[in-house]
Design a protein around this ligand. Structure first.
Ligand code: G16
Length: 542
């Protein structure tokens, strides 16, 4: 088919596309056009990067089942570089205006960036379990097929982090054709086995129930558990794994539901002191929780608690190796981080903390730019730990120089090395993060309550307000203050001044048609009241 015939078959006119926090996301019925143009973007990006594999993931992650979306993956697993986001947006909105507009936008881009479209492009694609996935994949493949010199590796159903990992693996491999999905399981199971054997872990200090949000993470984590040794198989089980009942995706379950509602998901019968975790729809985030044995209350162990647990372990290991002054460790958070976590990291752990805008692309960039070990987590459970090339070289050299008779130092160095491979280096990954947390708790012999004791969260609430036009809510200072609508920030400041230990901010979501309101205060009642009052102000200013 010609370019125009493909366009006519897959594209519709009239929708305005905006590049959000993690790519394009909307109701599936308006996405065919942007899938088609994302196929084109991926080809251009691959050619621009000298035929490196570029990934495209079809998913709407934590959003409802009828939504869908697309995330573009850089050759080494990062999110699409930010200076290409306007290119992706321009092509989508040109296609939405008409074929001639798309053709001329494409020509302007290829001319400006000197892209020879006859060169080879290499693309990886995958999708989550949503019903609209196959139709949108067809639109994506049609956009790719506008170009004649393309190699596509279709991994079919994957979690988002699996596609990030496999895209990186393909680009690093001398025989890319041999890279299969199994490379993911082989890698993480091997690192888990080596790390836990080094520390003589023969059983976990709890049973872990994994809520899979009825998403693609269910099939993939079951595969991992089936292939891993008996330690995991005997202590891990899954709930909410109905990936074939599309309407159940993220329904009363999953990481976003648990974090926002601060309660157990559907189909979970909590037992005191056992550990629970929830993935989101594409398994790129995870939050943990448990029920205490005194009051049978729900306790959330969110991204902040994960960050502090991992940062403490890594700081201790660095100290035991005598490398605390050689390799710098830092934590990256967003405005959603609980005030107590930030205080604990800087005052108690004495580790530097930075704050960025929401979106893992921002946290990842900050972590890579500033730290040899960059622990970055959003409170919603999205994150990982990134290790620099200086870290890799330093540990390699230290291992060669340290005799095995210096057992403690040798073991700490090896632990750091294995840990840096157990946690997904390309992007936040619910499965890999889960393994890293479980390994840490097992090594330190911590029960959920022990982990929770490091600091006490300030009571907090996260709510959503639906407004006619969320684009009027413009923020600054890592999203902690609003510059528009005029006067709203002053009202928020007035309200915050009325509650002890309080903080509140408002920002437009980049994945949902809503404005998010976050509030924390000295008591749960005050946090709820503050969030409600700020939400009322948002409605008055929309
Ligand atoms: C995406 C981003 C996350 C972000 C979340 C919510 O997650 O990757 O960094 O925290 O959206 O963003 P917003 O508040 O702008 O809607 P996911 O898991 O939905 O892809």
């Amino acid at each position: 088919m010609s370019f125009q015939e493909l366009y006519n078959k897959h594209c519709k006119q009239g929708h305005h596309y905006t590049y959000g926090t993690a790519g394009f996301r909307a109701h599936n019925s308006v996405l065919d056009t942007v899938m088609f143009t994302t196929g084109i973007v991926a080809v251009l990006r691959s050619i621009y990067l000298k035929s490196k594999f570029v990934g495209v993931m079809i998913t709407a992650s934590h959003n409802p089942p009828e939504d869908n979306g697309v995330k573009i993956v850089e050759p080494h697993g990062e999110m699409l570089v930010q200076n290409w986001e306007p290119i992706a947006t321009k092509l989508a909105n040109s296609a939405s205006a008409g074929f001639t507009q798309l053709e001329s936008a494409l020509k302007a881009i290829t001319d400006e960036l000197h892209i020879d479209t006859t060169q080879l492009a290499c693309i990886t694609v995958a999708r989550d379990s949503r019903e609209s996935g196959p139709r949108l994949l067809a639109a994506l493949r049609a956009g790719i097929s506008v170009f004649s010199n393309v190699k596509i590796v279709d991994f079919e159903l994957l979690t988002t982090p699996q596609l990030h990992f496999l895209t990186h693996t393909l680009n690093s491999s001398s025989s890319p054709s041999t890279v299969k999905e199994s490379a993911y399981y082989d890698h993480f199971i091997s690192m888990w086995n080596q790390l836990t054997q080094l520390h003589h872990v023969t059983e976990l200090p709890f049973h872990l129930t994994i809520d899979c949000a009825n998403g693609i993470g269910a099939d993939k984590v079951k595969e991992l558990i089936a292939q891993a040794g008996s330690v995991l198989a005997s202590s891990l089980s899954t709930v909410n794994g109905k990936t074939d009942t599309f309407q159940l995706l993220n329904e009363s379950c999953g990481a976003d539901f648990v974090k926002t509602n601060q309660t157990f998901p559907a189909n979970c019968s909590p037992e005191p002191s056992q550990l629970y975790c929830s993935f989101d729809g594409d398994a790129d985030r995870v939050v943990f929780y448990y029920m205490d044995d005194k009051e049978n209350k729900f306790h959330l162990l969110d991204g902040d608690k994960i960050a502090t647990l991992l940062a403490k372990l890594l700081a201790d290991l660095l100290h035991q190796c005598g490398l605390s002054d050689t390799l710098n460790l830092g934590v990256v958070q967003t405005a959603y981080a609980n005030g107590s976590s930030t205080k604990y990291i800087s005052d108690d752990l004495k580790i530097p903390v930075s704050c960025t805008k929401t979106g893992v692309k921002h946290l990842h960039h900050e972590a890579v730019s500033n730290y040899d070990i960059g622990v970055y987590f959003e409170a919603n459970g999205h994150g990982t730990v990134i290790f620099s090339s200086k870290f890799v070289e330093t540990i390699d050299i230290a291992l060669q120089e340290t005799s095995k008779t210096n057992k403690n130092k040798h073991e700490s160095l090896l632990s750091l090395q294995l840990f840096s491979q157990l946690i997904n280096q390309t992007v936040g990954d619910a499965i890999s993060d889960m393994l890293a947390v479980v390994a840490t708790l097992s090594i330190l012999k911590l029960k959920p309550e022990d982990w929770d004791q490091c600091y006490h969260d300030l009571p907090n609430r996260l709510t959503k307000v639906i407004v006619p036009d969320r684009s009027v809510f413009v923020s600054t200072n890592a999203e902690r203050q609003l510059v528009s609508p005029e006067g709203l920030q002053a009202k928020i400041d007035e309200l915050v001044a009325k509650y002890p230990k309080s903080r509140s901010f408002v920002r437009a979501s980049g994945t949902e048609d809503a404005v998010r309101v976050y509030a924390e205060a000295d008591t749960t009642e005050n946090a709820i009241e503050l969030a409600t009052k700020v939400g009322e102000q948002v409605k008055l200013h929309d």
